[in-house]
Write a protein that binds this ligand. Sequence first.
Ligand code: DAT
Ligand code: MG
Length: 150
Amino acid sequence: MERTLIIAKPDAVQRGLIGEIVRRFENRGLRLIGMKFIHMSRELASRHYAIHEGKPFYEALLDYITSAPVVVMAWEGSDAITVARNTIGATRPAEAAAGTIRGDFGMEVGRNLVHGSDSVENGEKEVSLFFANDELFAWSRDTDRWIFED
Ligand code: DAT
Ligand code: MG
C-alpha cells in the first residue's frame, strides 16, 4: 500500500470545496488514514516546499499556502500516488483534463486547489512531516475487498 499526502489548499477551503475534494478521493477508493485542519506556519510550508526553494514562484507559493487554513489528509491504497495525481489533474489547471479536481474547479497555477505527493518516497516523507504516528490510523473498511483485489 502506498501513502499520499493530500492538501485542500486555502482556495479550496475558502471556496467551500473541502467536501467535494474528500468525496473524490473517497469515491475513487482510497482509504483515509489521517486528517486535520491547520493553518500552516511559514516554517512548515518551507519544509514542505523545500524542493522549490529558489524558483521564481517560491515566495508566492509560501504566501498562498500560509494565507488561510488548509485541510491536510493522508490517504492509502494500491498505487495511491498515481491514483491521486490523476484525480487531481495537471499542475496548471488550464491544462488539467475535465473530470479532474483542477480541471473542474481551477483556472490558474497559483490557485490550483490541491496538493498530492509526486512519488512513493515523497508520500512517506510528506505524511510524516504533517502527521505524528498517533494521528494516523491503520483500519480496514468493510468495502476494502470490493475495492482492492488482495
Ligand atoms: P504539483 O502541485 O502539481 O505537484 P509542483 O510540485 O511542480 O506541482 O509545484 C508545486 C506548486 O508550485 C504547484 O502546485 C503550483 C506552484 N507552481 C509550480 N510551478 C509553477 C509555475 N511555473 N508558476 C507558478 N507557480 C507554480
Ligand atoms: Mg509537487
